[in-house]
Design a protein around this ligand. Structure first.
Ligand code: ZN
Length: 573
């Protein structure tokens, strides 16, 4: 049978989920009438999955390791009670209120937060903070990592059961072409670029100095010969600031976007931040690596579009990335992966490793970094899946359904100069910093796929359809692949994996001629991901086509039919 693709997307993980896609935020009522809006905490215990809040179309604003934070009116609260969902009310007057999430694992942090406004712990190390008057970002004590609550609904989906099996290693072998790009990353350049930012004075967002730093970054990107550089303004508290967005447009898949980003604003204690906040590790280090990535990739045509983004007002609560990620989602941009570098230059141990924080949907991106680290750094990258690590610019991308990671030298933080006037270039470990930058550039290049002269171009259009033939005794499944002919191809290789983005294995023998292939080695209920390469007349192989994820029908056809209902079966044969 052949099923419409849109339906299949609803069955990932075996549960129909009608509100998995991010929806528009609930409009805040002008005057609360017939019920007020509350901020609630919904427990995600062993007995509660996020399937129920999703089915209720609850206005979830933050997903954490142990709970969801959501805005709920009286009707929502009644529906949650009816279904026996455990929740607590964090604040009864959520209409028009601004909230910050604040990291409170440091001893005394929660107490200092409570002396500055209203604070409710929602899980160990995380509190919601607000003030009855004024903006909470002005009141929150300096030194505590914070995140402004998302301005609209974030997508939620049932969590997949944690699998004990290690992710398959990416199949890509050491690529000498990418090694040559990575070898161009210059430790001297990195150090010089770090120093240019502290040289400008403070970069505390809201100051004119911070805006001058944005202009310096604009000029630095503009000097690299990219396709576009522009500012994007956004508001926070009583101020505005600008993200700097530079782009190298992809030749083959221009609408598919990879982002490497960091924040350029900085901070220090309240008494000094308006005049002195060098922020060398936090986060001139990440910014220098992003600039260096742009410099070494600028010369090479790429399959995918790469954006190099410098965010502002991260230290105020991720305001720059919050505005950027929400706008990208609003415009329907296909951001395939976000590499957020935040503090990659300080080493408190030898050898230092790099921690890569992801949520469940982004785990593949960390798996790729774990593989790329030793190859291009060399540096050991350690994957940590924890949706509660939200205090950097990757988090708003998670909130908008995009895959993203944060790479950081240590978390919990080990840099004693963090957010102090002593966070200077002299405290950085140049070798570790350069290794982190090279590993990041290597991963980005692998993802963006430099186009090699003399090789065929990557095939652009690949479609996959499932067919299943049932008799009384057996069911035969087959995935039919079709693609558009690539003019410089003499044949094609087909790669397949059951783990999207990772571990592709070639499934054909000799290159396939023609533009179709029937994969008869699939099993009903499996999830398959295909990619295609073109093989030239002399045997040179192209980059891979875009991944094409194909999910088979549920294992039991009967339950599948019950789930989607007879009215949806038209067109299925
Ligand atoms: Zn930072």
């Amino acid at each position: 049978m052949k099923l419409p693709k849109g339906l299949l997307a609803l069955t990932l993980g075996g549960a129909a989920l009608l509100s998995a896609a991010p929806g528009p935020g609930r409009p805040v009522p002008a005057a609360p009438s017939g019920g007020s809006l509350a901020l609630i905490r919904v427990s995600l215990g062993a007995t509660t999955s996020d399937a129920v809040p999703a089915r209720l179309r609850l206005d979830v604003r933050q997903e954490l390791g142990t709970c969801l934070l959501a805005l709920a009116d009286r009707g929502d609260l009644a529906a949650l009670r009816r279904r026996g969902v455990r929740f607590t009310v964090v604040d009864r007057n959520a209409a028009r209120r601004e909230y910050l999430l604040v990291e409170t694992s440091r001893p005394g942090a929660l107490e200092s937060l409570r002396s500055a406004g209203r604070a409710v712990a929602v899980e160990p190390g995380t509190a919601v903070f607000w003030t009855d008057e004024g903006h909470p970002a002005e009141a929150v004590p300096a030194g505590l990592p914070r995140k402004a609550l998302a301005a609209r609904t974030v997508p939620t989906r049932p969590r997949r059961l944690a699998t004990a099996a290690a992710a398959p290693l990416p199949v890509a072998a050491q690529d000498p072409f990418i090694e040559a790009i990575v070898a161009n990353v210059s430790p001297a350049n990195l150090a010089a670029r770090v120093q240019t930012l502290p040289d400008l004075g403070t970069r505390y967002a809201s100051t004119t100095n911070c805006e001058a730093a944005g202009e310096a970054l604009y000029a630095a990107f503009a000097a690299l010969g990219l396709d576009d550089v522009h500012f994007e303004s956004f508001a926070f508290s009583a101020y505005t600031s600008r993200n700097v967005v530079a782009e190298k447009t992809g030749e083959t898949f221009p609408d598919d976007i990879l982002i490497i980003c960091s924040h350029y604003d900085s901070t220090s204690p309240a008494s000094t931040r308006l005049t002195d906040a060098p922020g060398a590790d936090d986060n001139a280090s990440g910014m220098a690596a992003v600039l260096e990535a742009a410099r070494v990739l600028a010369a090479h045509p790429l399959d995918y579009t790469v954006r190099f983004v410098a965010f502002s007002a991260e230290e105020w609560g991720l305001y720059g990335s919050r505005a950027y990620a929400a706008a990208a989602r609003g415009a329907g941009e296909a951001i395939r992966g976000v590499l957020n570098l935040d503090m990659i230059g300080y080493a408190d141990a030898a050898p230092e490793d790099l921690q890569v924080f992801v949520n469940q949907d982004s785990a593949w991106l960390a798996d790729l970094f774990v593989a790329a680290g030793p190859r291009y750094g060399p540096v050991t990258a350690v994957k940590v899946v924890d949706p509660s690590i939200i205090y950097s610019d990757h988090s708003p991308f998670w909130d908008n359904g995009y895959a993203a990671f944060m790479a950081i030298e240590d978390y919990p933080l080990a840099n004693p100069y963090y957010h102090r006037t002593t966070d200077t270039l002299a405290t950085l470990d140049q070798a570790f910093f350069a290794a982190c930058a090279r590993a990041s550039v290597g991963l980005l290049a692998e993802l963006a796929q430099p186009i090699k002269a003399g090789h065929p171009r990557a095939p652009a259009r690949l479609t996959a359809d499932w067919d299943s033939y049932s008799s009384l005794f057996t069911t035969l499944s087959v995935v039919n692949l079709e693609w558009t002919a690539q003019p410089d191809a003499a044949g094609y290789n087909i790669y397949r994996t059951s783990t999207p983005h990772l571990g592709f294995v070639k499934i054909n023998g000799e290159p396939v001629t023609g533009t179709s292939y029937a994969d008869e080695t699939v099993v009903a209920g499996g999830e398959y991901c295909y990619a295609l390469t073109a093989v030239g007349p002399t045997g040179l192989e192209s980059n891979r086509s875009r991944d094409n994820v194909w999910s088979g029908p549920l294992a039991s056809p009967a339950s599948w039919l019950r789930r989607i209902g007879p009215s949806l079966l038209r067109g299925i044969h």
